[in-house]
Write a protein that binds this ligand. Structure first.
Ligand code: BG6
Ligand code: MG
Length: 217
């Protein structure tokens, strides 16, 4: 098989934290006096915290100074951290654990490639840290997706060539980052938000090693 390593985004792929990010940003928007729709939120998926704030402020046509922006980003993160603090392994998306276990049993290496600075907290809360051979998160990279840095660092920590890596992503910025890294990529979610993915799956419920092998012989 062409694939020697799988790299997973976290938010919206392994767990449904995309929902918590959305309600935290929605609260910030409401406090600033504008509505922030779920459709608008697609533009924030996979994007770093400060870049997300800039997009949010553009949508609301609000201009702020750098120190005000930093306060707002902290406020959003405090809200988000309070929402995720009660997460449990029950919130791991269906099929994820068995797919990770099958990959390991078939000697495929596994990495996390997330823009989030809260990734380790979440992995610990949902008891999944041990399933990853490498974890690259928002604390380890300086360039946000669609820059390929997060995935290239993952491949390098695993010691695998980018062209033997497969990324699972729920966000357009993440699909673009994987492509920019020269990796294979499967979109998780709806096709309209995942242009340029090689394949699209709705989730991991029907994903297994045999299916992977048939896609990447
Ligand atoms: C990504 C999310 O995984 O992490 C984005 O898709 C989020 O919505 C980004 O903005 C940064 O996360 P955090 O937890 O560091 O604010
Ligand atoms: Mg995501």
């Amino acid at each position: 098989m062409k694939i020697k390593a799988c790299l997973f985004d976290l938010d919206g792929v392994v767990v449904d934290t995309a929902r918590y990010h959305y309600i935290a940003w929605k609260k910030i928007a409401e406090d600033l006096g504008f509505h922030f729709s779920e459709n608008d939120n697609e533009r924030l998926k996979g994007v770093s915290r400060m870049d997300s704030l800039d997009i949010l402020l553009t949508i609301g046509k609000v201009t702020l100074k750098q120190d005000q922006k930093e306060l707002l980003a902290d406020k959003k993160n405090n809200l988000y951290v309070s929402y995720i603090s009660r997460m449990t392994p029950d919130e791991i998306l269906p099929g994820v654990i068995s797919f990770l276990d099958e990959l390991r049993n078939n000697k495929i290496l596994i990495a996390l490639g997330s823009a989030s600075k809260n990734a380790m907290t979440i992995l610990d809360l949902i008891n999944l840290t041990q399933k990853f051979d490498a974890v690259i998160d928002g604390n380890k990279v300086s360039l946000a997706k669609p820059d390929p840095e997060v995935f290239l660092k993952g491949a390098s920590e695993l010691g695998i060539n980018p062209n033997s890596c497969l990324v699972f992503e729920d966000a357009q910025a993440g699909i673009d980052a994987a492509r920019n890294a020269g990796m294979h990529v499967i979109g998780v979610g709806h096709a309209e938000n995942l242009k340029n993915a090689e394949f699209i799956i709705p989730g991991f419920e029907n994903m297994n090693f045999d299916r992977l092998r048939s896609l990447y012989l």
